[in-house]
Ligand binder design. Structure first.
Ligand SMILES: Nc1ncnc2c1ncn2[C@@H]1O[C@H](COP(=O)(O)OP(=O)(O)OP(=O)(O)O)[C@@H](O)[C@H]1O
Ligand SMILES: NC(=O)c1ccc[n+]([C@@H]2O[C@H](COP(=O)(O)O)[C@@H](O)[C@H]2O)c1
Length: 176
């Protein structure tokens, strides 16, 4: 059985990591979709699809380097037409039997298309939330403990904190 899990992973954090750890045991193979792949260099979506692929693959190696043999990481652009989105996804990724998600729109669209959808749990949502972690980066709070070690390394390697701070600064200037 092959499963599908999608997130924007801006950045990939320990909540995502916990879900991947769990669902990888429920399937033979897992497709991880990098959502809104066209987005980068904004406050909501600071990282490129390529940087997010790096985060997810390095984090998988932290669990077990063998894992990557049964995981496909696929960037998926948005299409801004919800009724066609499932077909778009299906056209871009290997065939799958079950979808794992907690996003109400994702759950609804896949259910309506006849897929089995398994709802995932949320872990420590107070802190394990992309938006919160991006805010910590901007405000100089300690964010590293909320992402896998290898992800913190990727973020540092690409100058992610500096980038998101500059975007925030420029957005503030533009608002004046
Ligand atoms: N703390 C968490 N625990 C478990 N699953 C999570 C957690 N945070 C997000 N997810 C799951 O990851 C997927 C969405 O990933 P996404 O990158 O949008 O995370 P996010 O933290 O909600 O991001 P953002 O705050 O940037 O919107 C959803 O299926 C969601 O349920
Ligand atoms: N119409 C569309 O393009 C469409 C519809 C539903 C979800 N999505 C994408 O799927 C991903 C869902 O992940 P999140 O749970 O992180 O929001 C996002 O990147 C979202 O943009 C896209």
């Amino acid at each position: 059985m092959r499963g599908f899990f999608i997130g924007r992973f801006q950045p990939y954090h320990l909540g995502h990591h916990e879900i991947v750890r769990e669902i990888i045991n429920e399937v033979d193979e897992l497709i991880i979709g990098i959502g809104s792949a066209q987005e980068s260099h904004t406050l909501e979506n600071p990282f490129t699809a390529g940087e997010r692929i790096l985060m997810v693959s390095k984090a998988l190696d932290e669990i077990d380097p063998e894992l990557r043999k049964r995981v496909y990481i696929i960037p998926l652009e948005d299409i801004y037409r919800n009724a066609l989105w499932v077909s778009h996804v299906v056209s871009m990724v290997p065939p799958f039997d079950v979808v794992f998600s907690n996003n109400p729109l994702v759950v609804r669209l896949f259910k309506e298309a006849g897929f089995e959808v398994r709802k995932t749990k949320l872990y420590n949502r107070e802190f394990l939330q992309g938006r919160e972690i991006r805010k910590m980066m901007i405000e100089g709070d300690s964010w590293e403990k909320y992402v896998p070690k290898s992800v913190a390394k990727v973020i540092k390697e690409v100058g992610g904190v500096e980038r998101i701070r500059e975007i925030a600064k420029n957005d503030r200037i533009a608002e004046r």
